[in-house]
Write a protein that binds this ligand. Structure first.
Ligand code: FAD
Length: 501
């Protein structure tokens, strides 16, 4: 047995963890949050907390010698990536053979690096994906609560129509409308009022200065500024950074014992501790939480875990593509980094696609229309435990993404045909028009009602909970963080009401 470090420990500090920490803190439970990344609040030598996308440095990526941006090339030249020195940077790309997964590292998790898009899924599709969850409660209570806490807001339609910063989106909308497709505004957690002040020159630029995947210096309501700030405000929550949880076992005296590695910024492990707690909330994300539980089951530390741990993982059908426009259809040198519009063809039963119109802010006219398509891909991956490296390995093959590519191709073939345009083949490497080897939306691995009960309580162990994107079975049809947050709100309310302290 290890000394009891705190009544509750929360692993990770993304959306799910932030909800858990706040609601535990408000309930008067002393809680420690353990995050493997750093706190992003201190300016670097350039006076900024986060580096710009055009001049990435060590802060950009998690212990890399070269950046690995999603758009690797332009006109087939490797002009995007840069050599950097290893450091606990904010964006990680976890490479598993045929599939790579982008995740955020640091206090705030994915909220530090994401595009801020905050849609709520179609209710009918939500009910199909998570039939055991009461949709009335979700859409009546928990989604509104999550959106309010996260600071979800919408672009002013008049400004959107007139600003040069969204010209790229209006051009894509015109091409979609020519094809008979409808578009919809996508809400965001970036403060659009702030963005208008950036455009007016009255506030320092962030979304209008190319900032997004390596962090936003202004305007973005990441969870360190919302949920986690409120959690710290309860006086019951503390956050410890550069703490990686590597193992968990039951304490014979009750509760759990974690093995936690502290690292310095060179990556050197400076301390290994065993920390005890009564209740443990896993919010390390789909990859992180699944790895912790899979390792615990396979090494015999938590042998009663369900065989569903590690199963039912998906990419949310992510695939990116790009089109080349005619010379007269300029997309503009100035592009806001926060997407605000999507092509909504999800009700097309034969070929459902929700394609967000993504910016490609290069500061020059390039006539490129970019998209992140979310498709309905029934394929699922699973994780196996590799004892030699003591890590989880994703089992996912390239052909499993064929349904996503086919769906996106179906939609964009129609758009190209109607507008006499073509795909761009030079942006994603390997002369590909579709980027099908990475995802921004890892979902599943410890799915609700399979590896856990209907509220995230891990099957087989009392006082052990999953609170993040690993609860969602692989697909949502829209970007996931609002749903991850709302589900965590729902589960925490039940757990705090019912489970013994
Ligand atoms: P995460 O936010 O991933 O948080 C997990 C945290 O746990 C991380 O901080 C991690 O460092 C930490 N951790 C992991 N393992 C351990 C460990 N062993 N010990 C301690 N700490 C650990 N979603 C949207 O809805 N809209 C978007 O526009 C959008 N754009 C995206 C763009 C990018 C570039 C990326 C990478 C993601 C994007 N996403 C978007 C996805 C969204 O960010 C994720 O779905 C969301 O962050 C997942 O939340 P989570 O709570 O499951 O975990």
């Amino acid at each position: 047995p290890a000394a009891r470090y705190a009544p509750a420990i929360v692993v990770g500090s993304g959306y799910g963890s932030a909800v858990a920490a706040l609601r535990l803190g408000q309930a008067g439970v002393r809680t420690v949050v353990l995050e493997m990344g750093r706190l992003w609040d201190t300016p670097g030598p350039d006076g900024k907390v986060f580096p710009s996308t055009s001049a990435p440095d060590q802060r950009s990526m998690w212990y890399r010698t070269r950046t690995e941006a999603p758009l690797a090339t332009f006109l087939w030249l490797d002009v995007v990536n840069r050599d950097i020195s290893p450091y606990p940077g904010v964006l990680d790309r976890v490479n598993y053979g045929d599939m790579s997964v982008y995740v955020g590292r640091g206090v705030g998790g994915g909220s530090l690096v994401n595009g801020g898009m905050a849609p709520t899924p179609r209710r009918s599709y939500f009910s199909e994906v998570l039939p055991q969850v009461d949709a009335d409660e979700m859409y009546g209570t928990y989604y509104p609560r999550a959106r309010a806490m996260l600071g979800v807001n919408s672009v002013d339609p008049d400004w959107f129509e007139s600003t040069e910063w969204y010209r790229f989106a209006r051009v894509s909308r015109k091409h979609a409308q020519n094809t008979g497709l409808k578009t919809t505004f996508v809400p965001n957690v970036y403060d659009f009022g702030y963005m208008q002040r950036e455009a007016a020159g009255t506030a320092p630029r962030s979304a209008l200065a190319g900032e997004v995947i390596y962090g936003n210096n202004h305007g973005k309501k990441s969870v360190d500024k919302t949920y986690l700030a409120a959690a710290l405000g309860t006086g019951n929550v503390t956050i410890e950074t550069m703490q990686r949880v590597v193992a968990v076992r039951p304490d014979p005296a009750g509760g759990y014992v974690l093995t936690v590695r502290t690292s310095d910024t060179t990556g050197k492990v400076t301390q290994v501790r065993e920390l005890g707690c009564d209740r443990l909330f896993l919010g390390a994300g789909s990859l992180g939480t699944t790895e912790i539980l899979l390792r615990a089951r396979e090494t015999g530390a938590l042998p009663a875990l369900s065989d569903r741990v590690g199963q039912n993982w998906g990419t949310n059908g992510n695939v990116m593509t790009a089109r080349a426009n005619h010379l007269w259809d300029t997309v503009g040198a100035n592009q806001a980094t926060m997407p605000a519009l999507g092509i909504d063809d999800w009700d097309n039963a034969a070929n459902p696609v929700f394609a967000e119109i993504a910016p490609l802010p290069m500061g020059i006219e390039h006539w490129i229309s970019m998209y992140l398509a979310i498709t309905r891909n029934p394929e699922r991956g699973h994780f196996t435990y590799d004892a030699a490296t003591d890590s989880a390995r994703l089992q996912w093959t390239r052909d499993q993404n064929a349904p996503s590519v086919a769906a996106a191709k179906n939609l964009f073939d129609r758009i190209n045909l109607r507008n006499f345009t073509m795909y761009r083949y030079d942006l994603f490497g390997d002369n590909k028009a579709f980027a099908d080897t990475f995802t921004y939306h890892p979902l599943g691995g410890c799915v609700l009602g399979e590896a856990t009960d209907g509220y995230g309580r891990v099957k087989g162990y009392r006082g052990l909970y999953v609170t993040d994107g690993s609860l969602v079975p692989g697909s949502l049809g829209v970007n996931p963080f609002v749903t991850i947050t709302a589900l965590a709100e729902r589960n925490m309310e039940r757990i705090l009401a019912e489970d013994p302290r």
